[in-house]
Design a binder for this molecule. Structure first.
Ligand SMILES: Cc1ncc(COP(=O)(O)O)c(C=O)c1O
Length: 412
């Protein structure tokens, strides 16, 4: 007789997520266990793979200065504060928030453990009954979750396409009497590396007196102010708003340190007057566990290194990405990355091609992120490579030759 868990799994899968469940069970390519890491090589199932799946863009996970920051901080503060932030926070938080605000150019910043916790905490906290939320159709799932939660608490939720902003404009006009209007977008799209037209979105939102929640999980640390031919990603890595020469008027800038900075922490860049409100309304500030001491320490050490060396790293990262994209285009490997952001996705079509491509790349000694249906639309499966500063030129060449062979092998 099936037990209560079998019945629950069966019932839930009968109306949602069956394809994800089956994909994960079947392919053997997801859910890998790494048994060792050496530089940007990772050992999986006894095989050393060159890793193009991490988003440790600045390579800080492997920097001795960052690792060495952990010991002294843990000796001073213990391994984990284990207070909810509302109760008490080590002063490391105050330093981190001040440094983040100074780097971003926001009035203030509030640090919480993850962007997911910010999304499901902040979006409902700011909206609720009588409010209207407008979410880009392709916004990251964690932000969709936050929006749906807010909808369950009484807000209306409409989605729009960032390449068809007339829908956004019409929605904002139709909800002119909403208590709060919140537009939710990602700064850099995590599957393609492309940017939505943020300047235009901000202009529309401001005209309608709406707030814009920008999730810049990928952009922070990579993109920064004043891009030039010499520094195409810009300087300082202070995020997509500064990169595009925009201002923070009406903006809540949300990002994290768990990609470019290899540290588990996330933050909201916000006006000073909003911070006390966030502290008493965002659930994860009120009742969740905090960022571990080790991550607070590595985040601070990473920011210090970034100030000294970051612009040189970003030039290397750009050179890797540019070389990859040029090679893909020369070889007709389909990609639509028009920004040279270090998310290089090769379109391979069906979920079967994603699985087969992942298997072939594994045999070639390459680890990439596999995104097939239902994670992306049916015909839009990708093999996603995210180069980092800790990769080498040899590894970039290895990826190009492997991807060329895989592209020739897979059916169109
Ligand atoms: C755009 C975007 N937002 C949010 C997240 C989740 O961030 P976190 O791990 O801090 O919850 C990701 C993670 O991949 C992401 O790509």
């Amino acid at each position: 007789m099936s037990d209560v868990f079998d019945r629950a799994i069966d019932r839930v899968l009968s109306h949602k997520n069956r394809e994800v469940y089956e994909l994960l069970q079947r392919s053997g390519l997801y859910d890998n266990v790494a048994t060792a890491v050496r530089g940007r090589k990772v050992r999986v199932r006894g095989r050393w793979l060159t890793d193009f799946a991490s988003c440790n863009y600045l390579g800080l996970d492997l920097r001795p200065e960052v690792m060495e920051a952990i010991g002294p901080a843990v000796r001073d503060w213990g391994t984990h504060p284990s207070w909810a932030r509302m109760c008490c926070s080590p002063e490391l938080y105050e330093r981190l928030e001040a440094e983040l605000a100074a780097l971003l150019g926001t009035e203030d910043a509030l640090v919480l453990p993850t962007i997911s916790l910010i999304g499901i905490g902040l979006i409902p906290a700011l909206t609720g009954k009588g409010a209207a939320i407008f979410a880009d159709r392709v916004v990251h799932k964690v932000n969709h979750d936050g929006c749906r939660l807010a909808r369950d608490m009484g807000a209306t939720l409409t989605s729009f396409r960032h390449d068809e902003l007339s829908t956004l404009e019409a929605g904002l006009t139709a909800h002119a009497d909403a208590t709060v209007r919140l537009v939710v977008v990602d700064g850099v799209l995590s599957t393609t590396g492309r940017l939505p037209a943020l300047g235009r979105i901000l202009e529309i939102a401001r005209r309608h007196d709406a707030i814009v929640y920008v999730d810049d999980a990928h952009g922070f640390g990579v993109l920064g102010e004043e891009p030039t031919a010499e520094h195409p990603y810009g300087r300082k890595g202070n995020g997509v708003i500064r990169h595009l020469g925009l201002t923070y008027d009406n903006v809540l800038y949300v990002s994290g340190l768990s990609k470019a900075y290899s540290s588990l922490a996330a933050f909201i860049g916000c006006p000073r007057k909003l911070k006390p409100f966030l502290k008493c309304t965002v659930t994860s500030y009120l009742v969740s566990g905090p960022v571990p001491t080790a991550s607070l320490a590595t985040a601070l050490a990473g920011l210090e290194l970034n100030a000294r060396e970051g612009d040189a790293w970003r030039r290397t990262l750009y050179a890797y990405t540019r070389t990859l994209l040029d090679a893909y285009w020369e070889r007709d490997i389909p990609t639509d990355n028009d920004t040279a952001f270090p998310i290089v996705s090769a379109y391979v079509g069906s979920a079967e091609n994603v699985e087969r491509g992942g298997q072939l790349l594994f045999e070639e000694g390459i680890n990439v992120t596999l995104q097939g249906y239902p994670l992306v639309p049916r015909d839009k499966g990708v093999l996603r490579a995210t180069p980092t500063v800790a990769n080498t030129w040899d590894e970039v060449e290895q990826l190009i030759s492997a991807m060329e062979r895989v592209h020739r092998t897979l059916p169109p």
